[in-house]
Design a protein around this ligand. Sequence first.
Ligand code: UDP
Length: 461
Amino acid sequence: METLETPKAGVVVLVPFPLQGHLTPMLQLGTILHSRGFSIVIAHTQHFNPPNPTNHPEFTFFPISDGLSGRDTSSTGNFLEIISAINTNCIQPLVKCIMMNKLQGQIGCIIYDSLMYFVDDVAHQLKLPSIFFRATTALYMQSYYAVLALEEKKMLPLPAESQLQEPVPELHSILRYQDLPISVSSKISKTLIEFIKNFSNIRSSVAVIWNSVEMLDHSALQQLQHQYQVPCFPLGPIHKLSPSPSQTSLLPEDTTCITWLDKHAPKSVLYVSLGSLATMGDKELVETAWGIANSGQRFLWVVRPSSVNGSDWIECLPDGFAELTRERGLIVKWAPQKRVLAHWAVGGFLSHCGWNSTLESICEGVPMICRPCFGDQMMNARFLVHVWKMGIELGKVVERESVEKAIRMVMVDELGNEMRHTAVEMKGKLELSVRKDGSSYRSLDELVEFIISLIHTQKMN
Ligand code: UDP
């Protein structure tokens, strides 16, 4: 545990949730606030995906005992249990950490990931202001409120499967029941309802920060700002507001793929990645592999270790695939994704449409083939395809013919060019939002002022 340096504008404690897609934007937020003069303390889970302090010598890291040593935290199957355990086990360690280190007098506020909802109670106990952080869109949050409202009105589960195709009342008209993050065709358990209530409640938080952006999420942001009655700061895409790129990967990045990309023609390589959590069955791996091979296109494919059910890595790849694609394909375990998407050789992205990946792809003007798996991914995919028109969707059942066709559409056909054109226009608009006077840049200025005002108020008390 390192000691705190003398604070400049004041200390901000960040409490990230220990999954890659949550950790990255929170650490980037830390980098941004540090560049604005704040000292940053990262209070992180000790055993479950702790960040690497050596990547951020400018921060102070405090490990919080999460009681998860020896527990299997690798699968999404037991997430509710793990989240609940973290929110119980970390209360006292966080209190102790803040008290023991006599931080209390210096701390301006605690910014916590919405999945770390216990933090609000701790902040309340220690009479510190807390700020709620969402790594996703406001629209995604809105969809959970919609589920709660439907449940309250006893409209769930839906009486007929056919209703899954219908639009969900009070959400964007493009969103159908089947795009919701929770399956509404069967009974939702009490535990799940409790969980949704827990993480969607901003409690006594004095503000909300989103890794979202007015241009993409305007209506939901407006509506939730109205609902919450506290200041809301959409700062997305946070990685583009950050003054310097920071290393936030939990897995080692294989940078040889950048040298490999250097050898290829502009827009000639398809990048394939399903993010940090999604898994696939061995049959899907085989179908995807043949789809990629038969498309004849160059590809860079991320297959995380253990992400193919029942395999350590890529043992299930079909015979003949390696020989057929040796000259035009590369498979790695983890890539420096933002650098990959920004590389001129990359012309398309076959993605699970996690929110970070979606933002990163828009930021680089790369059209997408959407293969959503869970959570907000179905909604993101729906928007990419039908609203932003820079993606096409793969069917639910992944077959080699559909994969091949989708790849050709994006990498070779005129449709791909049109989508690339649209994506580049969107990239331009996002760039404006993080420039001086852009919506996210203004939000950041306001957030900085807001935190300073919290510090002043505390000094007065
Ligand atoms: N990522 C990466 N290298 C990879 C795959 C993913 O750096 O090989 C990063 C990606 O840039 C993104 C994050 O991991 O920032 C994944 O977050 P996302 O919200 O897209 O999906 P999740 O992993 O949460 O499902």
